[in-house]
Design a protein around this ligand. Structure first.
Ligand code: ADP
Ligand code: MG
Length: 246
């Protein structure tokens, strides 16, 4: 579903991603771990077309963006990729002046050109799925952070993505609200969604992921099953990281 080949990203002279070869199969739940500044967000942003590639190639669901292609070709392909990927950020980025249902419907109406009443119907089904049926008419500012993030997930799912990218979806939440968001993500995983998740929630990584990718300093250091990763890390850099966080 996702393949990056020799993906490199520089900001001016600063190389933030070096030769990343990442592979995510359909229905994989890949958790991306790594210290702050290791390039995790940049990698997700490259996959979602929020950053231009410096070198190498990404492929998402058969759509290829190669850094050697003309920029206009890259940009057209990136738009196709973006239509097939849902992204959830640490900050929920909901529209404050729209209701919960309005937020979930927005992309259906403006991007997918679906009629408002059908979009509302689909929106209500998605809100039910994330446990927020009773909040459809509320404005985001009246919701808890956990509820807002569940709306953001519903909004991303409304676009019927092939892949979901999560960038620290629970890092901005009070500890008691983390569980409700993780359990929505776990259900999504159980339903067979392909997911690439940056998180520091090790329990989620252990119990829900089928693969852990560990990054440091812009490179992939180690990839393994959760069990092998946490119990028998091969690289010294991985062991040091695990000692710091556990
Ligand atoms: P992580 O998500 O793993 O904490 P990031 O991908 O956010 O790491 O950042 C990796 C490196 O890239 C950091 O050194 C950061 O300062 C740098 N970086 C990220 N975005 C930009 C940008 N837009 N311009 C310049 N440097 C950036
Ligand atoms: Mg980050």
């Amino acid at each position: 579903m996702i393949t990056t080949t020799g993906l490199t990203k520089r900001f001016q002279q600063n190389e933030v991603l070096t030769n990343i070869d990442l592979h995510v199969d359909a229905k994989d739940i890949v958790v991306l771990l790594g210290p702050s500044g290791s390039g995790k967000s940049t990698l997700l942003r490259c996959l979602n077309g929020l950053e231009e590639l410096t070198g190498g190639q990404i492929e998402v669901n058969g759509i290829v963006v190669n850094s050697a292609d003309p920029l206009r070709v890259q940009r057209a392909r990136v738009l196709e990729i973006r239509r097939q990927t849902g992204m959830v950020f640490q900050q929920f980025n909901l529209y404050p002046h729209k209701t919960v249902l309005g937020n979930v419907m927005e992309g259906l109406v403006t991007v997918k050109k679906i009629k408002r009443d059908e979009a509302a119907e689909r929106g209500r089904i998605l809100l039910d799925r994330v446990g927020l049926s009773d909040k459809q008419d509320a404005y985001p500012s009246r919701l808890s952070g956990g509820q807002q993030q569940r709306v953001a997930i519903a909004r991303a799912l409304a676009m019927e993505p092939e892949v979901m990218l999560f960038d620290e979806p629970t890092s901005a939440l009070d500890p008691e609200l983390v569980g409700e968001v993780l359990s929505v993500m776990k259900e999504l995983a159980e339903e067979g969604m392909t997911m690439l998740v940056v998180t520091h929630e090790l329990k989620f990584a252990r119990n829900v992921a089928n693969k852990i990718v560990f990054m440091a300093d812009g490179s992939i250091v180690e990839e393994a099953s959760p069990q092998a990763f946490f119990e028998q890390p091969k690289q010294e850099r991985t062991r040091r990281f695990l000692q710091q966080i556990t």
